[in-house]
Design a protein around this ligand. Structure first.
Ligand SMILES: C[S@@+](CC[C@H](N)C(=O)[O-])C[C@H]1O[C@@H](n2cnc3c(N)ncnc32)[C@H](O)[C@@H]1O
Length: 574
């Protein structure tokens, strides 16, 4: 999308929608209900630039600059549609005429607004406002390279705009502080090296009505119907897990380090019957997979690595994806491939971004699954019930404004743990959707930025990845049953992922000196009722390294009995 350098002759009044703070706008509930009203209007006015701008402001006022950036960017896309006579020109132009009327108080009707007027209005007033919001939000998140690029466009188009001039200075000083803080030398003209990632709120959005009650009997039944097919001797149950302290030993008190204070309700996998040592107890196949490179060596559907000399099938239309057999080929054609057939997308990335790219590929697969099956991506069976690791805080107390109703920080003081990049959360998904022939304006309810964030939150909490020989992730997958297993550094199963993912009861338990001989976990195999415990890290490592490795997936420091005992032993405690 390119902004134009035209000079505008018409002088339009600024938008009426601009920041008019009312009593209602001060409260969280007031802002949420305002947002809800705007979201409800989207199905009737998907092409309205003003509605996108209002949505962006409503998200911003709630402390979601990431979601605001998504709608501000869509507003810019709509301006382009009107200005460049794009694919949605007719729809966007007629919406712009209506928008213009709603912004003017002189009672003109659409018939009296020339197309040229609407185009000029969109290109001037709307475009300037959309740039303003987008750039401010990107700066707040820390996507400084994207902010810089948009600010450069904005300054070229609106050279007199003082806000864009001051953003330019602010951006340079932020980039400077970024590199100085890291003790690195930098060159302000080297835009490609500007930081372009930040953290945003990882949240179960209050308007997300796709998230099930994961603990309800209905959910547990649905999960167990699936579990029975993959693992006849296992079942899903609600369990309590310790809330884990962050990896940093903030208290400095070694006694405190391993003492979880609270428990949290979560799901886990349990044996329904005794399972013998060495017995295969779960076998699960998923097509929510991603291959980031060497795709000719992996099955596009299940991600199994091809055996040397094995017969491999391919899609006869695009000849670009390969399958381990007829079953996977059919599964791909019936569940996701038709909308991706022939669609090319960039998979190359710097090593530091390789894991993020793998999540982005999972996102693309989820969008394709949703399109082919005609369901909302958050309702996919591979996605709906999985753990999102949302912050779980009550916004009534954690979301904060000052006495003037201004957010204490751009995120309303709510913690941020979800990585965000403009490219992977907004730009790339929208580009792929367009290539998939999805109408990104009419389908906002399915593919809005909050949906993308929710999918990423779920994938980051549950996806597994396999690395290539150089240590870079090569394939990723979400197995919705397998990922319900909790972690222990003294696991009772081993797992293997080669297309299908499998759990076997361990034949030999890990040897560690503190094991309690009388507990059921003393012997290999699982007794009926015992929790299946997987492992998220290499359990052969010493305690500190295990804890560091598992901390990301666990959300804190592991306090399994083995870790607690070994950490105490290291500190010389009895
Ligand atoms: C892949 S999920 C496991 C299934 C999850 N319990 C659920 O309800 O779907 C990983 C999350 O489970 C929790 N978890 C797993 N093992 C744990 C453990 N040993 N102690 C505390 N929390 C654990 C953590 O919150 C972690 O982020």
């Amino acid at each position: 999308m390119e902004a134009r350098d035209d000079v505008f002759h018409h002088s339009f009044c600024s938008l009426r929608t601009q920041e008019v703070v009312t009593e209602r706008d001060w409260t969280l509930d007031g802002r949420l209900s305002r947002l809800g009203e705007l979201q409800d209007r989207l199905s009737d006015q998907p092409y309205s630039i003003i509605l996108r701008l209002e949505l962006a402001k409503a998200y911003k006022a709630l402390g979601y600059p990431d979601l605001a950036a998504g709608d501000a960017y869509k507003a810019l896309l709509l301006v382009d549609e009107v200005a460049d006579e794009g694919e949605f020109y007719e729809e966007a132009l007629s919406a712009a005429r209506l928008d213009m009327i709603s912004e003017r108080a002189d009672g003109v009707d659409t018939a009296n607004i020339e197309a040229r007027d609407a185009v000029d209005w969109a290109k001037s007033v709307c475009s300037e406002e959309a740039y303003r919001i987008l750039i401010e939000c990107l700066i707040e998140i820390g996507c400084l390279r994207s902010a810089h690029n948009y600010n450069t466009h904005a300054l070229a188009t609106f050279p007199a705009n003082t806000q864009f001039k001051s953003h330019h200075k602010a951006l340079e000083s932020k980039v400077q502080s970024h590199f100085e803080a890291k003790g690195e030398s930098f060159d302000l003209t080297d835009i490609e090296n500007y930081p372009d990632k930040g953290m945003v709120r990882r949240e179960l959005y209050s308007w997300n009505d796709h998230e099930p009650n994961r603990f309800s009997p209905e959910t547990i039944k649905i999960l167990n119907d699936e579990m029975t097919k993959a693992a006849p001797k296992l079942e899903v149950k609600v369990t309590n897990l310790p809330v884990l302290a962050s990896w940093a030993k903030s208290s400095g008190d070694p006694e405190m380090e391993t003492t979880p204070t609270h428990q949290v309700k979560q799901l886990g996998i349990f044996a329904k019957e005794d399972i013998l040592p060495g017995e295969l107890c779960l076998q699960e196949k998923s097509v929510l997979t991603a291959i980031s490179r060497l795709h000719e060596f992996y099955c596009d559907a299940c991600s199994a690595k091809f055996e040397e000399g094995a017969a491999v099938l391919q899609c006869d239309d695009c000849n670009e994806v390969f399958f381990c057999g007829e079953e996977c080929l059919k599964l791909a054609q019936s569940s996701y491939h038709p909308v991706l057939c022939g669609v090319s997308f960039e998979k190359k990335s710097p090593a530091s971004e390789a894991p993020d790219v793998l999540y982005a590929l999972l996102l693309i697969r989820a969008m394709a699954l949703a399109e082919v099956q005609g369901v909302h991506p958050l309702d996919l069976k591979e996605v709906r019930y999985i753990w999102g690791d949302y912050h779980g805080l009550n916004l009534t107390s954690s979301w904060r404004t000052d006495s003037q109703g201004r957010l204490e920080d751009a995120f309303g003081s709510v913690p941020r743990t979800l990585p965000f990049s403009f490219n992977l959360t907004i730009l790339n998904p929208l580009n792929i959707l367009l290539k998939m022939d999805v109408n990104i304006f009419e389908q906002s309810h399915r593919y809005d930025t909050w949906v993308v964030n929710t999918l990423y939150a779920k994938f980051r909490g549950t996806a597994s990845a396999q690395q290539g020989l150089d240590g870079r992730p090569e394939i990723g997958a979400v197995h919705p049953l397998w990922c319900l297993a909790n972690h222990s550094c003294d696991p009772n199963v081993i797992w293997e992922w080669q297309g299908n993912i499998k759990f076997w009861a361990r034949e030999k338990l890990i040897e560690w000196k503190g094991r309690q001989p009388k507990l059921p976990d003393h012997e290999p195999g699982l007794l009926a009722g015992q929790e299946l415990l997987s492992h998220y890290c290499d359990v052969r490592l010493p305690v500190q390294e295990r804890r560091e490795w598992a901390a990301g997936a666990l959300g804190g420091e592991c306090v399994c009995p083995r870790c607690v005992w070994e950490a105490a032993e290291e500190r010389g405690l009895p």
